[in-house]
Design a binder for this molecule. Structure first.
Ligand SMILES: *[C@@H]1O[C@H](CO)[C@@H](O)[C@H](O)[C@H]1NC(C)=O
Ligand SMILES: *[C@@H]1O[C@H](CO)[C@@H](O)[C@H](O)[C@H]1NC(C)=O
Ligand SMILES: *[C@@H]1O[C@H](CO)[C@@H](O)[C@H](O)[C@H]1NC(C)=O
Ligand SMILES: *[C@@H]1O[C@H](CO)[C@@H](O)[C@H](O)[C@H]1NC(C)=O
Ligand SMILES: *[C@@H]1O[C@H](CO)[C@@H](O)[C@H](O)[C@H]1NC(C)=O
Ligand SMILES: *[C@@H]1O[C@H](CO)[C@@H](O)[C@H](O)[C@H]1NC(C)=O
Ligand SMILES: *[C@@H]1O[C@H](CO)[C@@H](O)[C@H](O)[C@H]1NC(C)=O
Ligand SMILES: *[C@@H]1O[C@H](CO)[C@@H](O)[C@H](O)[C@H]1NC(C)=O
Length: 447
């Protein structure tokens, strides 16, 4: 009764809805965790199906600041601010700069924040609730950085009731591990961490130009640069996570267009760095897909190593390369063509792109593959597989013969095999120059 009373009011409001925009959902790699419902499918198992096993690959939670962001953008802006003679009180929307102090000190760089710890714990609780019949995992894996280890530990505390019974296994981030780590890009000479900076710098120049002129009119002697603008926009994200809010997020300071320009600049960077615009991305992501497919399809449930759920924590680079290995968020999909770089022009925004880093790699971003046991209308009885990214189901290209965006065991195994044929060969594609490399991820110990 209450609902039917409330509903018409909601509908009436919706008809008059004002335009709203949340910059915190457009901050690319420093977006606080959110589940964008992209696409807006129900994350519950398809009708007639139960999840019987799952694997999660998770980016660490929110940190104080990334080393590169701090050195390149934030610290130069903050130093300039400390040394300026500008009278900010007369600078309109920038007046807050007369009293603003940075929340980030040098010793905090790369450290997990309290909010990050809390969000990792909450994700653990949510994943536990999603799979109430799963046994607590004997092991959770993490790369060795403090921020990934601490994120994993908080996640475990949220997931299980006796956290001392789940071992946290640390996996080296070394540069000679081949594909056998959670950071295989480190062992791939063909991968360069600066790939994409040249291209993204072009769009950065373009979108910051009108902002610089606007700010120049308010404080001419500050000589705002494109990097100052990026630093200020990054502070919106980092300061919000640290203090709970930030004046840099105010709509008086940056407009929605300014935020979309920031986001697209980052999307260009990730496209050429760890996305479809880098020929080696798929080869770096494939070993995790292959090893995970092995764990999930294995019939050996008696082994003492077998788990219902396999969770691994890593860094931002690893999520997009795995998505490329899976063929997801491909701007060219359904286009009938594959001129992938043309889908990310450097002089105009492709607003309809699938490749949005804010949706792909917010802090705590996660890619899951689920094994399903189904008895469902139209599909009968069988074993199926499905992928979730930040909780939204994602149909795999050419692998959709099951209920609710899942595909059959047979089709899934063929899918993985065909991805290996086109993308596989870590050592060869990476041009590995050390003698003991491997193409296989074997940290999970079972297959
Ligand atoms: C601070 O400002 C002075 C005067 O404008 C300038 O000479 C000096 O190089 C600046 N220092 C820094 C660290 O920017
Ligand atoms: C974990 O802690 C609980 C409660 O403190 C204890 O009963 C249990 O024996 C511990 N398990 C292990 C494997 O240490
Ligand atoms: C290769 O050798 C290096 C140096 O001894 C070692 O750190 C690394 O783990 C080895 N890689 C593999 C894949 O065994
Ligand atoms: C996209 O551009 C990158 C960087 O120039 C290049 O390495 C890559 O081969 C291009 N991809 C395609 C499919 O043309
Ligand atoms: C893929 O996984 C299978 C086991 O499921 C293993 O035999 C094979 O060597 C793996 N290949 C690669 C390239 O990871
Ligand atoms: C697992 O154990 C059960 C009971 O011990 C046995 O019947 C079954 O054959 C075993 N399965 C495998 C794959 O080893
Ligand atoms: C992206 O989609 C296009 C069009 O379907 C396809 O040709 C291409 O192989 C896909 N790229 C990858 C890496 O899966
Ligand atoms: C799924 O789980 C429910 C509840 O345990 C059970 O009734 C149902 O038979 C299961 N379905 C399949 C296909 O395993």
């Amino acid at each position: 009764m209450l609902l039917s009373l409330v509903l018409p009011i909601t509908v009436a409001n919706a008809a008059l809805a004002a335009y709203t925009f949340d910059p915190l959902q457009h901050l690319a790699g420093i977006t606080p965790y959110f589940e964008p419902s992209d696409p807006p499918l129900n994350p519950a198992p398809p009708q007639g199906c139960n999840a019987t096993r799952a694997a999660y690959l998770v980016r660490h939670a929110a940190i104080w600041a990334n080393d590169f962001d701090y050195e390149e953008f934030i610290d130069p802006f903050v130093s300039k601010l400390q040394n300026t003679t500008v009278d900010w009180k007369r600078a309109g929307p920038l007046a807050f700069l007369s009293t603003w102090k940075t929340p980030i000190e040098n010793e905090d760089i790369e450290e997990l924040t309290q909010v990050g710890r809390q969000e990792a714990f909450t994700l653990g609780v949510s994943v536990g609730q999603r799979y109430p019949s799963f046994k607590a995992p004997g092991k959770v894996w993490t790369s060795t950085a403090e921020r990934t280890e601490k994120s994993a530990q908080s996640f475990i505390e949220g997931l299980v009731t006796r956290s001392n019974e789940t071992e946290l296994v640390s996996v080296s981030e070394g540069e000679e591990e081949g594909a056998d780590s959670l950071t295989p890009y480190e062992g791939c000479p063909a991968y360069s961490s600066s790939a994409g900076s040249e291209q993204s710098a072009q769009y950065q120049e373009l979108y910051t130009k009108p902002i610089i002129e606007r700010f120049h009119a308010l404080a001419p002697s500050f000589n705002f640069t494109p990097n100052d603008i990026v630093g200020m926009q990054e502070l919106c994200g980092y300061e919000t996570v640290i203090r709970g809010s930030s004046p840099f997020c105010s709509p008086e300071v940056f407009s929605p267009n300014d935020w979309l320009g920031f986001e697209y600049t980052n999307d260009i960077q990730y496209h050429f760095n760890t996305g479809y615009g880098n020929e080696v991305s798929g080869a770096i992501g494939f070993p995790w897909l292959n090893a995970t497919a092995g764990l999930l399809t294995s019939d050996d449930t008696n082994s003492s190593d077998a788990q219902d759920i396999y969770v691994s924590f890593t860094h931002r680079e690893q999520l997009p390369v795995v998505l490329v290995a899976l063929g997801l968020f491909n701007n060219s999909a359904f286009s009938g063509g594959d001129d992938i770089n043309a889908t990310m022009p450097l002089d105009a925004q492709n607003y309809r792109r699938a490749w949005k880093s804010s949706h792909i790699i917010p802090f705590l971003a996660n890619v899951a593959i689920e094994k399903l046991s189904c008895d469902s209308y139209g599909f009968g009885v069988g074993e199926h597989y499905r992928v979730l990214v930040n909780q939204s189901p994602q149909p795999l290209p050419g692998c959709t013969d099951g209920p609710g965006e899942s595909c059959s065991r047979d089709a899934f195994q063929k899918f993985v095999q065909s991805r290996e044929e086109t993308l596989g060969g870590f050592g060869e594609k990476c041009g590995v120059d050390y003698s003991n490399s491997t193409d296989i991820l074997s940290i999970y110990g079972v297959s």
